[in-house]
Design a protein around this ligand. Sequence first.
Ligand code: MG
Length: 373
Amino acid sequence: MEKSLYPTMKIDEINIYPFNIETEEIFKIATMSLSGAKNVLVEIKTNQGLTGWGEACSFRAIVGETQQINLAAAVELREALLGKNPLEVVARTEEMEAWLPYNTTIRSAFDMALYDIASQAAGLPLYVYLGGTRRPVETDLTIGIGTPEEASEKAKKILKKGFKMIKTKVGISIEDDLKRLRAIREAVGSEIKIRIDANQGWDRVTAVQCLTSYEELDIEFCEQPVRARDFEGLKYVSDHTKIPIMADESVFSPWDALKIIHTKAAPLINIKLSKSGGISAGLKIAHIAQAGYISCMTGCMSESGLANTAFTHFAMANSIVKYFDLDANEGHVNEPIVGGVVFDKGQVIVPDTPGIGAKPEPDFIKDLQKEKR
Ligand code: MG
């Protein structure tokens, strides 16, 4: 029997880097607009030669974090972790949660790096380390808020790439949203699934009016029609429309998931690791959802292939995750990430190398040295 790495493993060094991703266009949702992504990379090194990587991408209007907040918070979290055993992942994530309870996105980057180390130490790809099996993960591609003509063009391009699901953002103008949805449905025909996301843009009455008028367009489900804290509004909308409602911004924590189930506020939950604080809390949400017979989606923000690969491992490992919105790095060209997911038409495929199986290129990290915290 080989000796276990566990008893003597320690976190030796943690490096934190700001990491920006340029995008060709502004991505608009009901609550904010985003031009490019301002992310943070976390590198955790151990005394036994293993290195784990994590990434944080915060949507400020949703999680209340920015790149600058994340960089400052990451320096604090480093203090909480240095010298400790990275293989005790749950203990480490609970310490981080006790240290900074509200900074979920930056905590998710540390949690990701810890799971990367733990699954590498076990010699397993992350989804197997989490108890999963390889299964199909079919993602949508997302179209932001824009004109009906732009949306129609984008929908046709998505179809050409072989994707069979489109997600589009709504929630600003009732008339424009309906025009855009009609243009997309016309462009893609009746075979393609269309899901929508209002990102908290409506009040409950407007939501029911809008969703009723969209019923003819065969919408698969609608994410977060009302404000995050409006659980009663979410239930009102669920009770008054035929389109299934998915709680997204309303569910950050396992306790939020429990509340959704107890109050029958929505039949679907979107689990995002950047909202929950990482895989550790995401697993708790998935298990609560499973116990409550609530199907889930796994979604993303604007991450690189590093974090998107971790999300896909998480999704594969949880059978209650039946919907996938894992298009974060689809279409990124010249992304400085080695390994990670590949897209085959709509399928997202993770590598079978131990750990997450994705990390930044060494030359890219060299370039980031002077930004290092
Ligand atoms: Mg959403």
